[in-house]
Design a protein around this ligand. Structure first.
Ligand code: ADP
Length: 586
């Protein structure tokens, strides 16, 4: 009979254990424990007293028959639950008191009073000791205070009468306390895992939120970029010029629509293509020097001829503007090409017109000039002194007109490219002497001393054209000198690298210096353009045409030389030009 009862109780106990283990929530575990233990032991009250780390505590779960007062949330006073009790319990002490009033039970007076308040006649106290604790990283660890940490007490009360606690019951309750301890650890672990999951979820949500914000910002930036790109394309596509950006590998990175219209190449096909691929070898050779100059950081503007998709040749004006980054490194250049074919055609027609007119003028002018000369001889009758005077004026004017027509024709011929220079090796000294001799009479007439400092430098030049240049400059120098002044004609061989670092061959520098009125600094460039004179009355006073320096410049440039003027107003001017010196390869 005893054995059968025992068996029944073991089975009941197994059920209690199962019920406890089924739950992972701490509150639920405790609730199941008190209810099941009360049912199992048929006790009047079962409670769980939780001990906090500071030694205080309170009842956190209770199952009590309705006839008896509830102790839930009650904290035990210090005197009924002193620290030394706690230590004993943490070492596993189990207290089974059959009758609280029995002196053999050895309960102190205060405790007897305390239990009497709640009708307690017998009690059983089993410690719930936690041997394992969950760490913040989710791992189990032994509690730090002592190997056995007193988490709480499982307390059973009998109120209606004293009760003798059977050894078997004690054993089972102790086992139950051990199971509760494990269940507690698991519940704590679960709670901890939930906390971690919650924290991680919050972190992920935060990261997700930030990512979303970043995506939004990027999308906004991309949309703004697309819009500004569209606007840029709209503007550049509306312009009837070629607009591009070329990188420092000479590859296209941006083109406007005009490239498609002119060359039949869309911006998409041009992207990443090299200049030579796009323009062909011949055209690329004509632009290479300028491209290299732009990529070395120099802004350039030049004229070129290009072939369009329909095969027509157009004259264009190209401007390259270097693009530098913050460190001043050239990353590429902006390129602007405009069609100047119409302007060129007008210029050509104008030149042709001038040429035809000048030719037509020349024949009657020559006859006029000859007729005036004959009249001046007096062979056709003697003129009054007023008539002679008028004849002199007419002769001077015709002279000027002949010079003007000749100059216009000269300039037009050189500019049209029709002139083929007959270049040969010649001694600079000979040219200088010839030019000085030609101007000697004029110098004498003006009372100006002409000083020639010739040097034997062999140059590579067209003799007639260089003589024309020298005489033009000498005539100006004499014209603009006061009587008694001097004009110097000199030549020197220069170290080209000091004048122009890009020039590798040596050159001769001719200089015509005078002590005349001089030229203001802002006019020094301008006077080399057609019909530009410092003082517009010069043409009348000095008999000039305003074309002499323009002709000189064209001649010198045709020889690959340079011409310029230096002056100190009131002290005189120096006109200088360079010509390549002769070397064997010529
Ligand atoms: P022009 O036939 O008028 O001399 P140029 O083209 O030879 O035409 O010269 C243009 C202008 O440059 C002159 O009208 C004059 O104003 C100025 N000029 C040229 N040479 C000198 C000089 N040696 N001294 C001062 N002014 C000069």
């Amino acid at each position: 009979m005893q054995a059968e009862l025992r068996q029944q109780r073991v089975e009941l106990f197994a059920e209690v254990m199962l019920a406890i283990r089924r739950s992972l929530q701490l509150k639920e575990i405790l609730h199941t424990t008190v209810t099941e233990v009360q049912r199992f032991l048929q006790a009047d009250r079962v409670l769980i007293y939780h001990v906090l780390p500071n030694g205080t505590g309170k009842v956190i779960s209770e199952s009590v028959l309705p006839d008896y007062p509830a102790l839930i949330h009650l904290g035990f006073p210090e005197e009924v639950f002193p620290t030394d009790y706690q230590q004993l319990y943490s070492q596993g002490r189990v207290r089974a008191i059959a009758d609280v009033h029995d002196p053999a039970a050895g309960l102190p007076e205060c405790l007897v009073e305390f239990v009497e308040q709640f009708n307690i006649k017998a009690k059983l106290i089993v410690p719930i000791v936690q041997t394992l604790k969950v760490q913040s990283n989710g791992q189990f660890q032994l509690p730090p205070q002592s190997p056995n940490h007193l988490w709480g007490l499982l307390i059973v009360h009998q109120c209606r009468s004293p009760r003798h606690w059977v050894e078997f019951e004690l054993e089972l309750i102790q086992q139950l306390a051990a199971q509760i301890s494990i269940a507690l650890s698991q519940a704590q672990l679960l709670e901890h895992l939930e906390e971690i999951v919650e924290a991680r979820t919050a972190e992920l949500q935060e990261a997700n939120h930030n990512l979303q914000q970043e995506i939004n910002v990027r999308m906004q930036a991309e949309a703004a970029l697309r819009q500004s790109e569209e606007q840029l394309r709209l503007i550049t596509n509306a312009l009837p010029v070629l607009i591009a950006y070329v990188d420092n590998q000479q590859e296209y990175r941006f083109n406007n629509q005009a490239y498609e219209e002119w060359l039949g190449k869309s911006p998409r096909t041009l992207y990443g293509q090299h200049l030579q691929q796009v323009w062909g070898v011949e055209c690329y050779q004509r632009m290479q020097a300028q491209v290299e100059a732009a990529l070395s950081g120099q802004g350039v503007t030049y004229e070129n001829d290009i072939v369009l998709k329909d095969g027509s040749v157009r004259s264009v004006d190209a401007t390259y503007i270097p693009h530098r980054d913050a460190d001043k490194t050239v990353k590429g250049f902006f390129c602007l090409i405009s069609d100047i074919s119409d302007r060129k055609a007008i210029e050509r027609r104008k030149d042709e017109f001038i040429s035809v007119i000048s030719h037509e003028l020349r024949t009657p002018l020559t006859s006029l000039h000859s007729a005036l000369k004959i009249l001046a001889t007096g062979r056709l009758g003697t003129l009054s002194s007023e008539g002679q005077q008028m004849l002199g004026i007419a002769d001077d004017s015709t002279d000027r007109l002949v010079r003007l027509v000749n100059n216009v024709l000269d300039l037009q011929r050189i500019e049209s490219g029709k002139v083929v220079l007959d270049r040969q090796a010649c001694n600079a000294a000979n040219l200088m002497i010839q030019a000085a001799e030609a101007m000697q009479a004029m110098a004498q007439q003006q009372g100006v001393a002409l000083v020639t400092q010739a040097a034997d430098i062999v140059i590579w030049a067209d003799i007639d054209y260089i003589l024309q240049t020298l005489t033009n400059l000498l005539s100006n120098a004499i014209k603009f000198s006061a009587a008694g002044g001097s004009v110097w004609l000199t030549v020197e061989q220069e170290d080209p690298s000091t004048l122009n670092p890009q020039q590798s061959n040596s050159e001769a520098v001719f200089r015509v210096r005078d002590e005349g009125q001089g030229i203001p600094a802002d006019q020094l460039e301008r006077i080399f353009e057609r019909f530009q004179q410092v003082d517009s009355s010069d043409s009348h006073k000095k008999g000039g045409t305003g074309l002499g320096l323009a002709i000189c410049r064209k001649i010198v440039e045709q020889h690959n030389g340079r011409i310029w003027a230096e002056s100190v107003p009131g002290c005189g001017s120096t006109f200088a030009f360079t010509l390549p010196a002769f070397y064997q390869d010529h």
